[in-house]
Design a protein around this ligand. Structure first.
Ligand SMILES: [Fe+2]
Ligand SMILES: [Fe+2]
Length: 232
């Protein structure tokens, strides 16, 4: 009998309603990038995951760095933001390390990763300096799109268009998945991670805007495995 992995349920319907120019800019930017990604990758979900996870691992580290520097200058507490953002960056890097065992990036994709990383790092750094609120809202909207993309990936696997191969060892180790876990289980935990980042970043943006934040979905990172076990 198959060992079922512990995967938190994900609210797939979360969407932050645009309120003000900052949200509108963040949403417009996200939808433009979504259009570019859809055009370039179409249904090559493994390749799409690799390239986009190299981008997704940038904001957490930028946010952590700039929050750290701000707290040093102002000699104030970070309210846990720095650790949360660094955890996000590490988690996104683990998504990347997992998906390179599922699809191999082509040399064109490697060139795109190099090019996009320079532009995106600098652009996001500047955006965070100018408006941390908009920057977190951008990530919140990015993550809404990531949840949608991984839901499409699940449909590809469930309908047999992509093979449901065994989960890579690195993924089983990181998310503490059972020995017989499959790619489908990995996509489910990754999607739960993305939903968590979505809610955390929308929450940070709302906090900076001085409006109440909504709830945060459960995080399946290994650090939180004990909470998951208790809830099971
Ligand atoms: Fe990710
Ligand atoms: Fe993410």
């Amino acid at each position: 009998m198959r060992n079922e992995p512990l995967i938190p349920s994900v609210d797939l319907t979360v969407h932050h309603q645009i309120s003000g120019i900052s949200d509108a800019i963040a949403f417009g930017f996200t939808k433009s990038l979504r259009f570019v990604a859809d055009t370039f990758f179409a249904k090559r979900y493994g390749h799409r995951a690799i390239v986009l996870e190299t981008v997704a691992a940038v904001p957490g580290m930028v946010g952590a760095t700039l929050t750290h520097l701000k707290c040093l200058r102002r000699m104030c507490d970070d309210n846990g933001w720095i650790r949360t953002l660094m955890e996000e960056a590490e988690n996104e890097r683990m998504h990347l390390m997992t998906f390179i065992h599922v699809a191999k990036p082509t040399w064109i994709e490697r060139c795109i990763i190099l090019f996009v990383q320079w532009i995106f790092y600098v652009a996001f750094f500047l955006l965070y300096l100018v408006s941390a609120r908009t920057a977190h809202r951008v990530v919140g909207y990015f993550e809404e799109e990531a949840v949608i993309s991984y839901t499409h990936y699940l449909a590809e696997l469930d309908e047999g268009r992509s093979p449901n191969v065994p989960a890579p060892a690195i993924a089983k180790h990181y998310w503490m998945l059972p020995e017989d876990a499959t790619l489908r289980d990995v996509v489910l935990v990754v999607r739960a991670d993305e939903a968590h980042h979505r809610d955390v970043n929308h929450g940070f943006a709302s906090e900076l805007a001085g409006v109440p934040a909504s709830g945060v979905s459960v995080c399946p990172y290994p650090e939180h495995a004990a909470e998951l076990q208790q809830g099971a």
